[in-house]
Write a protein that binds this ligand. Structure first.
Ligand SMILES: *[C@@H]1O[C@H](CO)[C@@H](O)[C@H](O)[C@H]1NC(C)=O
Ligand SMILES: *[C@@H]1O[C@H](CO)[C@@H](O)[C@H](O)[C@H]1NC(C)=O
Ligand SMILES: *[C@@H]1O[C@H](CO)[C@@H](O)[C@H](O)[C@H]1NC(C)=O
Length: 513
């Protein structure tokens, strides 16, 4: 059955077995390792502060820095996306000055005004989550960083104001929201369907807002929308148990297709199923059951192994009886999701498969010239580009989009692998470090970090004048956390998590019974 995956599976299993078998390192070795890791965490913090300085000098309070021209952009409604997205990372790194600069700024944002269309999804995962996470951390384990305590309360009142601006999106016949909003005219773009990820990646943030304010309206809106994704109709919308289509009819709540993947557009729906259970196992048991079904069907129907490199595992996508042999950098959150689910539910088969996915994603990094992975790749023997035949035979995949736009998913899954396979196994942390060093060497500019055009040429081809706010929220946070000391906000094994990370890497405090 899964013959081709056995080499890695047994490797993964033996690695996990090794954790228990390792003799205790002597205290001096432990100390040396700790100070080495502290140095590495400090190097990641240096990168954050470099990019923060560039942003405050050239772009703040606009949404993002243009890291090549030292200009600015406003692609997220002009509310200061990079500042809000950077808050929880600045907190975790203990950068008191950055934290208080952002706390001074957030009460001044006017969320009722923008000249641009607003994405419900992007606004939820970056702004709403950034503020809620800041509130959870600063009223909890990081309260020592705050200079003016009333500004912490403002994080919650601004969150509520923002949600009140956005909530008309859910005012549809089914309760499935529209994603693209004109908030000044209180109109939507009128589309008839909404995507799986943009519908199914709101429930953590909107539920957290209700739990913190005691006003259950937000939780109800997001959970009603989610209910159609948990009980998919018609049956063509669920080709395999737990794996659902990619768009939903806004009028009826029914699935409009049966296209299945863990790629961009679908991805974080699956991510949030298990994270809701981590957030509150009492209320979200059904979400967990749906994640388990999806995970089992994924192992059975979507896993794929390239012909020339059967040791590698990637996730294919599926539509109408056909498997598509391609994947994306975005998809690489998958290893982390399997590892989190496997650990929380104590299911070794999910941990093993998560590690296989992590190894596949590492292969997309370590086979390129820059040691950074491409935005998308394929392994369909029929579609190998002529100029990549040798690369395909050696690497097991060919590059379909060779750019890298500062995405976090690969480092994110390495981080989960590091936290969950045991502290004695250093290789996954080393993979985080290697990826960080490569990004720092290839993407860094005088003011920040730039997207690059080709990961498989020296110096990454050319630099794009673009630095998404998730550089601060995600890439540098996960790279830092992998090397930082244990802390209440770190991902923990089993049922010990005190925080759960939203899809933009903003940690929210879980509900404790
Ligand atoms: C939103 O609607 C208002 C009022 O109807 C209109 O003036 C404005 O141009 C619209 N904004 C966008 C981004 O379409
Ligand atoms: C490259 O990736 C593979 C997994 O696909 C891994 O086994 C190997 O250790 C990696 N090489 C390095 C140098 O990290
Ligand atoms: C990151 O890049 C800067 C600038 O080139 C360099 O000074 C620093 O040492 C690099 N950090 C690491 C960890 O390689």
């Amino acid at each position: 059955m899964r013959i081709t995956s056995l080499p890695l599976l047994s490797l993964a299993t033996s690695l996990v077995g090794l954790t228990a078998a390792l003799p205790h390192a002597d205290p001096e070795t432990v100390l040396r390792r700790q100070s080495k890791n502290q140095e590495k965490a400090d190097a990641v913090k240096e990168a954050f502060q470099h990019a923060w300085k560039g942003y405050t000098k050239y772009a703040f309070p606009h949404d993002e820095l243009r890291p090549v021209s030292n200009g600015y952009g406003d692609s997220r409604n002009g509310w200061g996306a990079s500042a809000v997205d950077a808050l929880s990372t600045a907190i975790i790194m203990g950068d008191t000055d950055a934290v208080n600069t952002i706390l001074d700024f957030i009460p001044k944002i006017d969320f009722t005004k923008t000249s641009e269309e607003v994405s419900l999804f992007e606004t939820t995962i970056r702004y709403l989550a950034g503020m809620l996470s800041g509130y959870d951390l600063l009223t909890g384990p990081a309260s020592n960083l705050v200079r003016k305590s009333d500004q912490v309360d403002e994080l919650l009142s601004q969150s509520k104001k923002l949600a009140n601006v956005l909530k008309f999106a859910f005012d549809t016949p089914s309760g499935v929201p529209h994603n693209n909003l004109n908030i000044t005219g209180r109109r939507t773009d009128g589309s008839s369907t909404n995507g799986l990820a943009v519908t199914g990646t709101l429930v953590l943030e909107w539920t957290r807002l209700s739990d913190l304010t005691g006003d259950d309206e937000y939780a109800k809106l997001s959970q009603k929308a989610q209910s159609y994704l948990l009980d998919p109709k018609p049956s063509s919308g669920e080709p395999f148990p737990g794996l659902v289509g990619s768009s939903i009819n806004i009028k009826t709540g029914e699935f409009a297709d049966g296209m299945v993947s863990w790629d961009g557009g679908d991805d974080s729906f699956y991510e949030y199923l298990i994270k809701m259970y981590v957030y509150d196992p009492k209320r979200f048991e059904k979400y967990k059951d749906r994640w388990v079904l999806a995970a089992q069907s994924t192992i059975k129907h979507l896993q794929a192994h390239p012909k020339p490199r059967p040791d590698l595992t990637f996730l294919s996508s599926y539509n109408n009886g056909k498997k598509y042999l391609s994947s994306q950098h975005l998809t690489c959150f998958d290893g982390g999701s399997f590892l989190l689910g496997g650990s929380v539910l104590d299911r070794q088969e999910f941990i093993d498969f998560g590690l296989e996915l992590v190894h596949g994603c590492e292969a997309t990094y370590n086979q390129t010239l820059t040691k950074i992975g491409p935005d998308s790749w394929g392994w369909d023997p029929e579609k190998v580009p002529n100029d990549q035949k040798d690369f395909y035979e050696r690497a097991g995949f060919y590059i379909s989009s060779g750019n890298y736009v500062l995405r976090p998913e690969v480092i994110e899954s390495f981080y989960y692998a590091h936290r969950i396979t045991g502290k004695e196994i250093v290789s996954y942390r080393d993979w985080v470090w290697n990826a960080f060093v490569a990004i720092n060497a290839t993407c860094r500019t005088d003011s920040g970090f730039a997207a690059i055009t080709n990961v498989n040429t020296a110096h990454g081809g050319s630099k794009d004048d673009s630095q998404e706010s998730f550089l601060y929220a995600e890439v540098l946070k996960y790279a830092y956390l992998a090397h930082a000391e244990d802390a209440p906000w770190q991902v923990q094994e089993g049922d010990k998590n005190a925080f759960v990370y939203n899809t933009e890497a903003h940690p929210m405090r879980v509900v404790r019974s």
